[in-house]
Ligand binder design. Structure first.
Ligand SMILES: NC(=O)c1ccc[n+]([C@@H]2O[C@H](COP(=O)([O-])OP(=O)(O)OC[C@H]3O[C@@H](n4cnc5c(N)ncnc54)[C@H](OP(=O)(O)O)[C@@H]3O)[C@@H](O)[C@H]2O)c1
Length: 245
C-alpha cells in the first residue's frame, strides 16, 4: 500500500483530502501540530471506512521535527510516496504599511520552507525508487492579488513557481509535482464569515455557489492517481471558474 502524507490534516481541507486519499487506497499519515483530537477523529474515520491511517504529530515549519516525524511514519505505515503540502498557520489580512518582512516570512515558512524541507528529506529515497509525488495546495489569491493579503498571496505565488521548477527538475526521475489552487472553500475557520462577504465572493464566481472540501479532495486524489501519470508542473484551479488561466 502506498503512503500519503497530508500535512495539516486534523481539520479543514486536509481532513477531507486525507479521507479521500484513503478511499482511493492510500495509507495516510494524518499530520497536525496541535489538534490531536481532530487528527484522531480523521484517523478513526479512515479506519472505520476500512482504510489505513495513523496520526503524525509534527510541526512542518520545524526541520528537526520533520525528520523525526517522517521516521515515525516509516515505522507505522512505511516510507512516504506522496506529500500533500496543505498545512497553514494563521493568515492575517492587514494593510500594506502594517505588513513586515516577518509577516511575509510567516507565510513563506508554510508554503515554501516546509514543502522544501519535506521534499529534501524524502528525495534520496524517491530518487532511488524513481517515483514520488508532490501535490501543493496553493490558492487563487496568487492570481487574483487580493488586497491587504500581500504576505499570503506572495507566498502562494512562490509556491506555484516552485511547483513548476521542481516539476521540470524532477521529471527525468519519474517524480511529478502539481498544485491544486482552491477558491474560498468554507471550512470550520470560516464559521463567522459574514453574509456580505459570502455574497460579494459569489458575485464574482461564474458557477455562483461555494465549493466544498470534497471538490478539492477529488482534484488531489486525481493528481495522486495513476490517471495523472503524465501530468506534471500544472496548476488545477478548483474555484467555480473565478480564474481562467
Ligand atoms: N479553505 C479555503 O478557503 C482555502 C482557500 C484557498 C487555499 N486554501 C489552502 O488550503 C490549505 C488548507 O486550508 P484550510 O482552510 O483547510 O486550513 P485550516 O482549516 O486552518 O487547517 C489548517 C491545518 O494546518 C494544521 N497546522 C497548523 N500549523 C501547523 C504546523 N506547524 N505543522 C503542521 N500542521 C499545522 C492545523 O492543525 P493543528 O492546529 O492541529 O496544527 C490544521 O489541520 C492551506 O494551504 C490554505 O492556504 C484554503
Amino acid at each position: 500500500m502506498k503512503v500519503a502524507l497530508v500535512t495539516g490534516a486534523s481539520r479543514g481541507l486536509g481532513a477531507v483530502i486525507a479521507r479521500e486519499l484513503a478511499i482511493a487506497g492510500w495509507a495516510v499519515a494524518v499530520n497536525y501540530a496541535g489538534d490531536s483530537e481532530g487528527a484522531g477523529r480523521v484517523v478513526d474515520a479512515i479506519r472505520q471506512q476500512g482504510g489505513r491511517a495513523s496520526a503524525a504529530q509534527f510541526s512542518v515549519i520545524d526541520k528537526p521535527q520533520i525528520a523525526d516525524g517522517l521516521e515515525k511514519i516509516k515505522t507505522s505505515l512505511g516510507p512516504v510516496d506522496l506529500i500533500v503540502n496543505n498545512a497553514t498557520g494563521p493568515q492575517p489580512e492587514m494593510p500594506l504599511m502594517e505588513q513586515s518582512w516577518r509577516t511575509y516570512l510567516d507565510q513563506l515558512e508554510f508554503f515554501v520552507k516546509a514543502p522544501l524541507e519535506l521534499l529534501q528529506a524524502v528525495l534520496p529515497d524517491w530518487r532511488a525508487r524513481k517515483s514520488g509525488r508532490v501535490i501543493n495546495i496553493g490558492s487563487e489569491v496568487a492570481e487574483l492579488g487580493n488586497p491587504n493579503f500581500g504576505n499570503y498571496a506572495s507566498a502562494k505565488g512562490a509556491m506555484l513557481a516552485m511547483t513548476r521548477s521542481w516539476a521540470r527538475e524532477l521529471a527525468p526521475e519519474g517524480i511529478t509535482v502539481n498544485l491544486v489552487a482552491p477558491g474560498w472553500i468554507p471550512v470550520e475557520r470560516h464559521a463567522e464569515a459574514s453574509q456580505q462577504a459570502k455574497d460579494g465572493y459569489l458575485a464574482h464566481t461564474p458557477l455562483a455557489h461555494f465549493g466544498r472540501p470534497e471538490d478539492i479532495a477529488a482534484a488531489v486524489a486525481f493528481l495522486a492517481s495513476a490517471k495523472a501519470d503524465f501530468i506534471t508542473g500544472q496548476k488545477l484551479a478548483v474555484n467555480g471558474g473565478r480564474t481562467l488561466l
